[in-house]
Structure formats: C-alpha cells, structure tokens
Design a protein around this ligand. Structure first.
Ligand code: FES
Length: 70
C-alpha cells in the first residue's frame, strides 16, 4: 500500500458546471467572491452564478434562463 493520498481522500467540494447555467458546488462551507467577500454556505449544494446577471450574486437566481444565448 502506498503512502500517497488518493483523489477522494481530500476533503473538498464537488463542482459541476452546467452549460449556459450555474456552477453547482456541493460540500462547501464558504464561498469567496471576486471582491474577497466570504459568503457562508449553509446548504449542502449551492448554485453559483456564471452569467453575472443574478440579482443575488454570487448565487444563481435563475436569470440565466431568460438571457439570450450568444
Ligand atoms: S447562472 Fe443563473 S443567474 Fe447567472
């Protein structure tokens, strides 16, 4: 048995990126935005806005669904 860590030994959040949609993050305890503000996470999964149009940044509010695709 080797002494190295396996990828699933690390305690880190899982991230899923949806095309033309948010980034889902599972297992995070906080999110630091681009201004350095730390947003505590109290839910098991959170959706982070990637379109920058949400009225609740950094969280996705669904606005991406009404933005025309480019
Ligand atoms: S990705 Fe959903 S509002 Fe921006």
């Amino acid at each position: 048995m080797s002494g190295g860590k396996r990828a699933d030994d690390f305690d880190h959040p899982d991230v899923v990126i949806y095309p033309d949609g948010p980034m889902l993050v599972r297992g995070a305890t906080s999110i630091r935005d681009e201004d350095g503000t730390v947003h505590p996470v109290v839910r098991p999964v959170v959706a982070l806005c990637r379109c920058d149009k949400s009225s609740r940044l950094p969280w996705c509010d669904g606005t991406h669904k009404v933005i025309p695709r480019q």
